[in-house]
Design a protein around this ligand. Structure first.
Ligand SMILES: Nc1ncnc2c1ncn2[C@@H]1O[C@H](COP(=O)(O)OP(=O)(O)OP(=O)(O)O)[C@@H](O)[C@H]1O
Ligand SMILES: [Mg+2]
Length: 336
């Protein structure tokens, strides 16, 4: 059995054999602090967030694409692989995508999590390579391709040529930060405290970065800061733009830096071929057009930005030889 894993800060996606994506759930685990038992994983655990009693901890064990809690991440991966496979599996081959700037210690934690499922062969693939493969962009040629992956925890920017990463940067400004900025904006302007999920909903439904209108609005509900009672306000696209502007500028500055650090021949390729946008953040309303206008380079989002990396992992099982350069082979790493 071939299992592919995109272990993200916000979502964990699992692919199986040639079927592609078979499971896509929030990277959340809930456990009982008294009995130390897992209560729920994925969507079930996500629903408990902010609603669980004291003795149930609801945890996001992956932060910025790397493991912040070993034991819980292992439990999360194991439970979800079993759920995806439908039964405990015998020695699967696993490919896991990892951020391009991962440290050896972080890499080890991810390998341990994967081998704790009983797998003997685990390969790692750098996320930007997986994203480009997922979008059917040829990466084995001496031609530069750029990908901007705006996830939950981090925005990862990389230039790839001949199956390798040429230049890369990561910044902790992505989906979660956008939500925080929306909460901060509404609190400062209207003295209303929004829940995190409400902020995320506004971001998904109202956002228009390219051409924001002040007469397109959405009612948002929260709690009045002074009175502590339920309260609401009308938020416009222009206001949402104001809330997110600084974050978007940070991302644009980081893209510029990566381009500065990229050899000119490859920059020429990128100008000609455009930039691939992936990760859930690529779905921000108007982002594609906004980035294209600001950078002067065509920016296109992947067909499905949320599963693009996972699609690439799934394809990588068949293109392993081509991709050897992109893999960290961990042969002989035995379980237990
Ligand atoms: N339609 C949308 N508009 C704006 N943002 C969206 C949309 N859909 C999802 N998102 C955001 O995308 C983020 C999750 O994206 P993704 O699943 O790519 O992250 P991840 O891979 O788990 O995180 P990371 O790569 O940082 O570890 C969340 O912050 C979510 O709010
Ligand atoms: Mg991701």
């Amino acid at each position: 059995m071939d299992i592919g894993i995109d272990l993200g800060t916000a979502n964990i996606i699992i692919t199986k054999n040639k079927q592609g994506v078979v499971l896509n759930e929030p990277s959340v685990i809930a456990y009982n602090k008294r009995t130390e038992r897992v209560v729920a994983v994925g969507t079930e655990a996500y629903k408990m967030e902010g609603r669980a009693p004291e003795h149930i901890a609801v945890v996001h064990p992956v932060q910025g694409g790397v493991i912040s809690d070993d034991v819980l991440t292992q439990a999360l991966i194991r439970e979800l692989i079993f759920a995806a496979a439908g039964h405990p599996i015998v020695k699967p081959r696993i490919i896991i995508a990892v951020p391009s700037l991962i440290t050896e210690v972080e890499k080890r934690a991810i390998l341990d999590a994967a081998t704790s499922t009983g797998s003997r062969r685990v390969h790692l693939i750098h996320e930007p390579l997986a994203a480009l493969i997922g979008a059917d962009i040829a990466i084995d040629q001496p031609v530069g391709s750029m990908v901007v992956d705006i996830g939950g925890g981090t925005t990862d920017i990389a230039v790839v040529s001949m199956n390798g990463i040429v230049s890369t940067r990561s910044v902790k400004v992505a989906g979660n930060h956008f939500d925080q900025e929306i909460m901060r904006y509404v609190q400062n302007k209207y003295q209303i405290v929004l829940g995190k999920n409400t902020a995320e909903e506004v971001k998904m439904q109202l956002c228009n970065l390219y051409d924001p209108a002040d007469d397109v609005t959405m009612t948002v509900k929260g709690r009045n800061l002074a009175r502590g009672l339920p309260d609401q306000c009308e938020l416009s696209q222009v206001e949402l733009y104001e809330a997110l502007e600084e974050s978007i500028i940070t991302i644009i500055e980081t893209i510029r830096r990566v381009l500065e650090e990229t050899p000119p021949e490859l920059v020429g390729d990128i100008c000609a071929n455009g930039i691939l946008l992936t990760g859930g953040g690529a779905l921000l309303g108007g982002l594609e057009a906004y980035l294209t206008r600001t950078l002067g380079v065509a920016c296109r989002k992947a067909k499905d930005p949320l599963t693009c990396v996972a699609d690439g992992i799934s394809k990588a099982f068949r293109r392993k030889d081509v991709l050897l350069d992109g893999f960290e082979r961990v042969e002989g790493y035995s379980q237990g």
